[in-house]
Ligand binder design. Structure first.
Ligand SMILES: [Zn+2]
Length: 294
């Protein structure tokens, strides 16, 4: 059997097919994705609609796997994050499906990633404010190792079954991806969004999941991390109170803590972050990517 790789570049609605040719063409799956205009720090939502009998579907974006799950309408869906520091330009979505005979069909789609257009903030602070030393540095590094280990774990189960929601109402006081330049040196970009709200306001879980960290960290203050499965984590920092324990299951919207100003901050707000298989992505991109189709 000859296999045809049909490469098609689309800017409009993507509607492409994996095609196997044996005398006549037959469509195995239809792959589509959104958003079409993908930017650094955004989540790509990929759907696969079988057009013939298939036994497995696998996919990845530049080697980062996409964990597909069944959708209501009989198709499959999966999400993958584009880290905020991903180089703009062409990236590759690879799909592989198998038919009942065990034959596999692969196709590669080009995905254009555009500049995130992140804001730049220049600050001048005393060196003491921007440098960690001695025991404080040791503590920070130990905490960083611990959270890194958490983010490296992938629970092979999807715990969310509904759209993602914003944990608290309020204005964005510091945008996602903000490039911070302190004393003329670039610092790590802002990996979440800061939402301003009065001290003591309820903070809700952005979706169903399991609390995997509830701890006071040096820079981040009282911090909760929720594992939503498939390598997706939500992070809530600077809380005044944490109202859940590690290992606890939470539902979307359940109060997990209260707005505070713990850690290195200047006033009460929530820092809300999302990590998807290590990619730092805009939480609102996740809200948009998953919401309309579930
Ligand atoms: Zn922040």
């Amino acid at each position: 059997m000859r296999v045809y790789f049909r490469i098609t570049l689309c800017c409009m609605l993507i509607s492409l097919f994996l095609v196997a040719c044996s005398g006549g063409e037959r469509e195995l799956v239809k792959v589509s994705w959104s958003p079409q205009e993908l930017k650094q720090g955004e989540v790509l939502f990929v759907t696969v609609r079988p057009e013939a009998e298939i036994t497995s579907v696998a996919g990845d974006l530049d080697g980062t796997p996409i964990y597909f799950y069944k959708q209501n309408e009989g198709g499959l869906a999966g999400i993958v994050g584009v880290d905020l520091a991903t180089a703009p330009g062409q990236h590759y979505l690879r799909m592989e499906v198998k038919d009942p005979k065990g034959e596999s069909f692969e196709q590669v789609f080009q995905i254009m990633v555009r500049e995130g257009g992140f804001e730049v903030q220049r600050l001048t602070l005393s060196e003491k404010m921007v440098t960690l030393e001695g025991e404080i540095l040791e503590r920070y590094l130990a905490e960083h190792r611990k959270t890194k280990e958490i983010f490296n774990q992938v629970r092979l189960e999807r715990l969310w079954h509904q759209p993602f929601i914003c944990p608290v109402d309020g204005p964005i006081t510091s945008s996602f991806g903000l490039r911070r330049i302190l004393n003329d040196k670039p610092r790590s970009p802002h990996s979440g969004v800061d939402i301003g709200a009065p001290m003591g306001t309820n903070v809700g879980a952005c979706n169903d999941g399991i609390v995997v960290l509830a701890q006071e960290l040096y820079l981040e203050g009282k911090t909760i991390i929720i594992d939503h499965g498939f390598g997706l984590y939500s992070i809530y920092m600077h809380l005044s109170e944490m109202q859940v324990n590690e290992g606890q299951r939470v539902r979307a919207g359940a109060v997990i803590g209260l707005i505070g100003a713990t850690g290195r901050v200047t006033g009460p707000h929530l820092h809300w972050g999302i990590k998807l298989l290590g990619a730092r992505v805009d939480p609102f991109s996740l809200v948009k990517a998953v919401a309309p189709r579930e």
